[in-house]
Design a protein around this ligand. Sequence first.
Ligand code: F0G
Length: 500
Amino acid sequence: MRGVDDVPGMEPFRAKVVEPIPFTTRAQREQALHRAHHNLFNLRADEVTIDLLTDSGTGALSAAQMAAAMLGDESYAGARSYHRFREVVENLTSYPHVLPVHQGRAAERILFSTLLRPGQITLGNTHFDTTRANVELAGGQVHDLPCPEAADLDSPYPFKGDIDLDALHRALTGPDGPRVAAIVMTLTSNGMGGQPVSMANLAETAKLCRAHGVPLFLDAARFAENAWLVTRNEPGYGDRSPREVAEEAFRLADGCTASMKKDGLVNTGGFLGLRDPDLAGRCELLLVATEGFPTYGGLAGRDLDMLAQGLIEVTDPDYLRSRAGTTAYLAELARAAGVAVVEPPGVHAVYLNAGRLLPHIPPHRFPGHALACALYLEGGIRGVECGSLYLGKEDEHGNPVVSAPWELLRLAIPRRVYSQSHIEHVGRTLARIAQHTDHLPGYRITEQAPLLRHFKSRLEPVPLHTDELPATTDSTTPPNPRPHLTATAVPPRGTSAPSL
Ligand code: F0G
């Protein structure tokens, strides 16, 4: 008989509570999409069978987290829940100052509006869009310095989340060097296909930061998934546990902002971790004014207890192996269906190369969105477009002015939620779509929101005419050297704001 450790990727849990998901007919989905003006954000969640819009706050809680919730202490100040939470975070990160917040972007707002003076710069591998927005709101500027390997979506290079160390060195020693206020390393890089940062790259970055007296912060939203990929792929880390790798990563930095809706395994919550007592004191003032007293920071006591328990569970190798296995399996099904994915797949999502699958749909007719709508109509599956609908711009006649570097569709996988048969349904649906793509229509915006148009705009399908511009964004040769892969990647200048 096989031992359980021979079953690669088997979930190390079983269900105790279940939530029904709707099985809809094609006619119902057509009606729903029409009512939603062909924008999947406008659907009611109960019109969606498999919801892969985001992995943020959408995970399932464990029995131990539910039990922890019952221990929540709702005292305004000094609650037991806070002390339990603080101890868990300090043990993991080594940061002595831990400020709870309601979600990641609150930590970003508090840190950057306290740290930055107008005109200062933050450098990073690829800032997430809320990070960029909060730097810009504080009067700062963001420069992304992804490693060169990241520009090739098909390359199997395992650490495409790395920062370009030569570019970082040049930036720190160049004319703008004195304006650099911080380095932000995003683990894993959501803007780079969910790919990880290697420990070697992080250590070199930390060294450069120390040499130039610039603080290093982690965006730790997916710190455990980053650590897992390090144990799998980085020489010298094969026999280390994800927890040890994560601790080492936090130790290399001066602090972190953390959305715990991802690797905190909770539905809401986050924290700001800091070493510098002076900076922590100044951040705490803003925390009290805008989030809550420092021992709850906008969260309930029960939230803090569930988060503390989630942070203990998330580095379990069996959990991470199974989660990474699910993502790899979905990527394999997509490839087998003839749909290219951003390689190598990370852990939180699979990014489908819609531009390559639908070459008859030009960027300003939104191939990623066309594939998103097809997936919904064919299988009740919701993903998020990461291409020109999000990043592009057209003139008043609908002619393209700015196109995204790639036309992608992100399928993000909620934690501990979907089973193998759900994932296989996604694979089968993709295979059916990929067999006949010629008839899939592009889309035109009929009503455009002034900001963040992918959320609110109304669209309609357009029959494709021969006078449409040819597609120009096959992903092997990015037209734009700064790759922004996700719907959560960087919006065009002047439109920065959270995307999801
Ligand atoms: N940093 C990263 C890398 C993220 O992916 C997100 C959110 C945040 C910060 C902001 O955290 O949502 O708690 O305020 N990403 C979600 C997504 C929205 O779908 O990728 P938040």
